[in-house]
Design a protein around this ligand. Structure first.
Ligand code: 5GP
Ligand code: MN
Length: 345
């Protein structure tokens, strides 16, 4: 069994908010990942099946190809493609669910429309330091994923028995992707209780794993080989490394969105390694470098991301952005590793 995630009052408030609302929008962070998309799709399915509410899912920009197979992705609306319509709906809707982000800047170009909307907002998220003007905030930084929170909410609020695969698949997928296939941030026994329940909906978890993790194009696997061979810089003394993905390299391997996903985890397979950093040039905007950080044990990626890379995130997985050339980004990265040397050695 699971402990309640909401107080009795919060539970009533959540139910009332849903019931009272005519038009409901679900949003998640830019560059949506399996958890952001899974939580949005799972929650939309719950609202539809259990409350008879057709929520609209607005995402800031494209989601990666490797999530295309999830049920109901055709219902998702991209803000960057349908900006006017999304803006109108955000302005006129009753209720907005903010999933898998802690602060409005994480929805990037949708931020203004989201903040300006008079609709009531409910935040459901597992990143630390929630900072969204919401009538109800469900923030649980210890949770593996927002999808886990979605499951816990449904479990407490009731209606799980009415739900089927189209709920269980995206929710399982988000829990799986945010824990690297249950290899990190996943020691809470509740996670495995939840998985057991999701499996009663006859999902094929092995296939979900393959859909996500064994979904490479030939170009992607060659990019991985190239990067690990040619561009990885290892600081063995400090158990850290970084690699660059320049525009030229991305072009050489016909980069499509999502191809860089997971690369940053690979150097952590080096024995004793504690920190891995990826520096990826934006394919369109000059002087924009996307930074991803991954660590093991207690090394605080989020502190490093906040101090050096204009970002944040979780202890072991964070991201950020630099607005400079790749050479400068490399220098900043080297300084960051030096600054955190005590925690790396
Ligand atoms: P990724 O490397 O996959 O882009 O991001 C890893 C984790 O860091 C994700 O959980 C993501 O939500 C978080 N993250 C990425 N960029 C930022 C950022 O700019 N700010 C904050 N607060 N979190 C971020
Ligand atoms: Mn997440």
């Amino acid at each position: 069994m699971l402990n309640n995630i909401l107080t009795q009052e919060e539970c009533q408030q959540m139910t009332a908010l849903i019931k009272q609302s005519e038009t409901i929008v679900i949003t998640c962070h830019q560059n949506p990942d399996g958890d952001a998309l899974g939580a949005s799709l799972g929650w939309a399915e719950y609202l539809r099946v259990v409350f008879g509410k057709e929520a609209q899912i607005f995402i800031p920009d494209q989601y990666p190809d490797y999530l295309q197979w999830m049920p109901n992705t055709q219902k998702i609306v991209r803000f960057d493609k349908f900006q006017q319509g999304c803006e109108w709906t955000l302005k006129n809707c009753d209720l907005i669910f903010c999933l898998d982000f802690n602060t409005a800047s994480r929805v990037d170009q949708m931020q203004q429309a989201l903040c300006a909307s008079p609709a009531k907002k409910v935040l459901i998220d597992h990143h630390p330091n929630p900072d969204v003007d919401a009538v109800l905030t469900v923030s649980r930084p210890k949770a593996s994923s927002t999808c886990e929170l979605i499951f816990r909410l449904v479990w407490q609020m009731g209606g799980f028995e009415q739900l089927e695969k189209n709920f269980a698949i995206p929710v399982y997928c988000g829990m799986m992707t945010d824990t690297g296939g249950f290899t990190y941030n996943s020691n809470d026994p509740d996670i495995f209780f939840i998985i057991g329940e999701l499996l009663t909906k006859h999902i094929n978890k092995d296939k979900i794993y393959r859909n996500v993790f064994h979904n490479f194009s030939e170009d992607r696997i060659r990019l991985m080989g190239y990067v690990m061979y040619q561009s990885l810089v290892v600081d063995s003394e400090r158990h850290a490394s970084f690699f660059t993905l320049t525009r030229d390299i991305l072009k050489k391997f016909n980069f499509v969105k999502g191809d860089a996903e997971g690369l940053v985890n690979m150097p952590l397979q080096i024995k004793g390694h504690k920190l891995s950093i990826s520096l990826r040039e934006d394919t369109e905007k000059d002087n924009t470098i996307w930074v991803s950080l991954r660590s093991v044990d207690q090394f605080p990626c989020n502190e490093m991301a906040a101090q050096f890379f204009n970002g944040g995130g979780h202890l072991n997985a964070s991201g950020g952005r630099l607005f400079c050339s790749m050479d400068e980004a490399i220098n900043i990265t080297k300084s960051a590793i030096l600054a955190f040397e005590k925690q790396l050695k």
